[in-house]
Ligand binder design. Structure first.
Ligand code: NI
Ligand code: MN
Length: 227
């Protein structure tokens, strides 16, 4: 059994056998969450989809404190190495079998610049993750527009798809519904909405438009899904 907890925005806590992971842990400065970096002392992996501040978030601090391994693209890992953080570089379409299960990086149509006080640092390309734990598959799309590549995931038997619905920087509700149709997950969870004024969206509207394509779970911050 695996447990997935929504931490607000695109941040999730994923627990399973041998895995205590954070995905895109943007906690500090995130008005949507009441969690802070110190709330996850036992984290052993952190998955980062791309370099934007609302995804990279507190990764360096948490990784340093816990000794967790950061999984991200080669370019992101090379930047994180400067912060003396342990990392495992992957690249889009590449997969690696970790002790807890297999992780594949999936494509995302988005940028990955790392926001830095001296300007934007090169962060390679943005991605998403297909994470297998305890025989369950979780797809975190990252920030992305709708892409035809999502259709390739239909063969993977995705249990839970975490999809952005807020628009402006990513898919909006209607494109996220099309993504559900392409990925064919058992369960879909909306994310990346309401945190900023330009990404205001109604998760209930997504749930009603996507009902019939998958089971839709709208998670409140702090709410968990047992898979
Ligand atoms: Ni982004
Ligand atoms: Mn974002």
């Amino acid at each position: 059994m695996a447990r997935l907890t929504f931490l607000g925005h695109a941040a999730f806590h994923l627990e399973g056998r041998g895995l205590d992971a954070l995905i895109d842990p943007f906690l500090t400065g995130n008005d949507m969450t009441h969690y802070s970096p110190g709330d996850f002392p036992d984290v052993n992996y952190i998955f980062v989809t791309h370099g934007h501040g609302d995804h990279l978030g507190d990764t360096p601090e948490i990784a340093k404190k816990t000794g967790a391994t950061v999984v991200a693209t080669v370019e992101m890992c090379s930047e994180l190495a400067k912060a003396e953080v342990k990392s495992h570089p992957l690249q889009i379409g590449g997969a690696f079998t970790f002790p807890f299960g297999r992780v594949k990086m999936t494509p995302a149509w988005h940028g990955s610049g790392i926001q830095h006080e001296k300007g934007m640092l090169y962060g390679g390309v943005a991605g998403g993750f297909l994470i297998e734990v305890d025989g369950h598959k979780i797809y975190h799309a990252g920030d992305t527009g709708l892409t035809v590549e999502m259709g390739l995931l239909a063969d993977d038997g995705v249990d839970v798809a975490l999809l952005p619905i807020g628009g402006n920087y990513t898919m909006d509700i209607d494109d996220a519904v099309r993504a559900v149709r392409m990925v064919k997950p058992r369960i879909a969870v909306p994310m990346h909405f309401d945190t900023f004024p330009v990404i205001k969206a109604s998760p209930e509207e997504f749930a009603s438009k996507a009902s019939g394509l998958a089971e839709i779970k709208v998670l409140k911050v702090g709410e968990s899904l047992e898979i």
